[in-house]
Design a protein around this ligand. Structure first.
Ligand code: NAD
Length: 503
């Protein structure tokens, strides 16, 4: 495989447009750091309007190109399947690049890469199973049906925390339906997407179907969202950015899918197994360093089990192995960015000023291998009240707010006391209670006796300020297709031309 990584060791990446790596017209460049070492390891181009124009034009041409447009659905599926095969071969290398870029554990990124081939295989299989409907209407000699079609050029904007995994949950359905795309990866985790572009080319997917513009959100990202050639925006990222993107896309009346932030409740009832529940809470907030939209950052413990589970949580938090994310033994790597570290430290400071009790963590570890990196200890706060920033704002770090509750009614009130609605978890042995929780909590995903557990087969997406639209499964396919109605009159009659034919 032709790789471009060797050019990028402390070097310069370009853009990927119309099947080729190109330098781009920009004069501004952005450094990407390895957060475990706090060193720059490559630089990307901040694409400008001219680059975005070129990328969108290439995607628009590819949409009309018979090599893509007239490909049979089964053949299109074959190309997507080939891309899955290539990901199976190159997953390890891509996982290493992502860990180096965002500091997440190598075993987490390996697991994400390992899930990608099946994601593409599923969508490869969907490519020739998209159907419209025949809908009989109240008219004689009339044939009425629907067609499911590609939407057009889709802009895909991705954050840094799981670059290829989040890209693929949009790209795979986009390709299955026959769309073309322009991707804007996060400015600090661009490498894996540009390396992945070489695999797209190798798969035989025609040039221009997949394009990458790199750079900052406010320049390259905004130019892409505002471009009149875009038919849909698929955005994964923060809620404030999502608001801005929806506003900009609205200028061209372009629909968006928005997968945004969260402040998810993670609940333990007193009938649950404390060990299992405490381990679940740890997986919800300390795995991935809390740098995940679904972080279970608000932990609610029922009064009778509060002390037992809190003790276990503190023990487990103190036992977390913090260090080099490339080491398979490590359980908590660094935060991805300086701005993330500053934000998390600020939240910890504010929580203490606001009167929350720091039970464990809260500092930058200075042990072996951590001194120069952007690390923060697993952190647990108690005595948290609903009005504190700690209880309300997404921190995106390994910081847990623990709060007590007495009964189910109080718990539901507290769980829903957030502007977000992405996910929620409950630990209980009472199935009735678990199902009432699933019904009453305003979140797009509910986990019962499990957490951070997802599938490309099943819809994922938030409510409230966690966004709208769904990824994965059949819902993802609907999200990236459009429905057309076709009506045929085969009566041979000439009806009254001045009356609309309703019914
Ligand atoms: P972010 O919103 O700062 O950036 C995300 C992407 O948007 C980046 O590529 C960025 O360059 C781009 N961007 C920024 N401003 C833009 C603009 N004005 N126009 C166009 N593009 C713009 O988010 P982040 O800090 O990279 O990621 C963390 C956030 O992502 C968290 O809030 C997290 O909860 C959320 N997230 C959500 C999901 C989900 O599926 N719901 C998954 C992962 C992350």
């Amino acid at each position: 495989m032709k790789t471009i990584l060797h050019h990028a060791e402390a070097g310069q990446y370009g853009l990927f447009i119309d099947g080729d790596y190109v330098p781009g017209s920009a004069r501004q460049y952005v450094d990407s750091i390895n957060p475990a070492r706090n060193t720059t390891w490559y630089t990307i181009t901040d694409a400008g309007h001219a680059d975005v124009d070129q990328a969108v034009a290439a995607a628009a041409r590819a949409l009309r190109n018979p090599a893509w447009r007239s490909l049979t659905q089964t053949a299109r599926g074959g190309l997507i399947r080939r891309l899955g095969d290539l990901l199976a071969v190159h997953g390890e290398r891509l996982a290493e690049i992502e860990t180096r870029d965002n500091g997440k554990l190598i075993r987490e990124m390996r697991a994400q890469m390992a899930s990608l081939p099946d994601t593409y295989y599923y969508h490869a299989g969907m490519a020739d199973k998209l159907t419209g409907e025949t809908i009989p209407v109240n008219k004689t000699d009339t044939f009425n049906f629907t067609l499911r079609e590609p939407i057009g050029v889709v802009a895909i904007i991705v954050p840094w925390n799981s670059p290829l995994y989040l890209l693929s949950s949009v790209l795979a359905p986009c390709l299955a339906v026959g769309n073309t795309v322009v991707v804007k990866p996060a400015e600090n985790t661009t490498a894996s997407t540009l390396e992945f572009a070489a695999l797209v080319r190798e798969s035989g997917i025609p040039d221009g179907v997949f394009n990458v513009v790199t750079g900052l959100g406010e320049t390259a990202g905004e130019a892409l969202v505002r471009h009149p050639g875009i038919s849909k925006v698929a955005f994964t990222g923060g809620t404030e950015t999502g608001r801005k993107i929806a506003r900009n896309a609205a200028e061209n009346l372009v629909p968006c899918t928005l997968e945004l932030g969260g402040k998810s409740p993670h609940v333990v009832f007193d009938d649950s197994d404390p060990e299992r529940a405490a381990s679940g809470i740890v997986s919800g907030i300390f795995a991935a360093g809390g740098q995940t939209c679904i972080a279970g950052s608000r932990c609610f413990l029922q009064e009778a089990i509060y002390d037992t589970v809190l003790d276990l949580l503190v023990q487990k938090a103190r036992a977390v192995v913090v260090g080099d994310p490339m080491d398979p033994q490590t359980q908590l790597g660094p935060l991805a960015l300086h701005s993330q570290l500053d934000k998390v430290k600020d939240h910890i400071r504010t929580a203490r000023q606001d009167g929350a009790t720091l039970v464990t963590g809260g500092r930058q570890p200075v042990g072996e291998g951590c001194a120069e990196g952007l690390y923060i200890e697993p952190t647990v706060f108690t005595e948290v009240t609903r009005d504190m920033r700690l209880a309300r704002e997404e921190i995106f770090g390994p910081v847990l707010a623990v709060m007590p509750f007495s009964d189910e009614a109080e718990l539901i009130r507290k769980a829903n006391d957030t502007v977000y609605g992405l996910a929620a978890g409950i630990w209980t042995r009472d199935i009735d209670r678990a199902l009432r929780f699933a019904r009453d909590v305003d979140a797009g995903t509910i986990w019962i006796n499990t957490y951070r557990n997802a599938s490309f087969l099943s819809p994922f997406g938030g409510f409230k300020q966690s966004g709208y639209g769904k990824h994965n499964g059949m819902e993802g396919i609907r999200e990236y297709s459009r429905l057309k109605n076709v009506l045929v009159d085969y009566s041979g009659q000439t009806p009254d031309p001045f009356v609309m034919k309703l019914g």
